[in-house]
Design a binder for this molecule. Structure first.
Ligand SMILES: [Zn+2]
Length: 169
């Protein structure tokens, strides 16, 4: 059994109540990009009251700004967003390992496969202090010359234990 077998029935229900969303513009109406973690417990739309057409949701492991930069540039320069909200969250897997540990784990999974040494070139961008990681990412965006200088950048923590958010920056 594959998880994708469960797609069609709920999609049928979604499409049946799709309404006029087919005419939504490509540019996000809130001019907002949200950077957040890929964590399966994070549901940006429900947790922040965001609807289709309103914001870009850029997700990666940790919600790391550096990793999101490619998408942020496209979001700003081609699709008109002017605000970025960075969300990291409690219980994040990015605080449970180090890049050297993960590289070793991958290479030791198949020692005869020299191609796995490609992982030595990947910085997994893990962090230890949750709130500091949010401050660091906001600073990274504010100082990055490829991010438009008029961008409003805020930084947040989402708590997976309670469903609440709090602003850090
Ligand atoms: Zn996470």
């Amino acid at each position: 059994m594959s998880a994708y077998r469960d797609f069609l029935e709920p999609n049928g229900q979604y499409a049946a109540t799709f309404g006029d969303k087919g005419s939504l513009a490509i540019r996000p109406t809130k001019k907002l990009a949200i950077v957040t973690c890929m964590d399966a417990r994070v549901n940006v739309f429900a947790q922040l009251g965001i609807r289709e057409g309103e914001a870009h949701i850029i997700r990666n492991a940790g919600g790391i700004a550096k990793d999101a930069l490619r998408s942020i540039i496209i979001s700003q320069r081609l699709l008109g967003t002017r605000e970025i909200a960075v969300f990291h969250h409690t219980g994040c897997g990015m605080r449970t390992f180090s890049s050297p540990e993960l590289r070793s784990l991958i290479k030791e999974s198949d020692p005869a496969n020299s191609a796995l040494s490609a992982v030595d070139d990947i910085d997994f961008l893990e962090f230890t202090d949750l709130e500091q990681s949010v401050r660091d990412d906001v600073q990274f965006l504010r100082e990055n010359s490829l991010v438009l200088p008029e961008t409003k950048v805020s930084g947040w923590v989402y708590e997976v234990e309670t469903g609440t958010i709090r602003q850090i920056v």
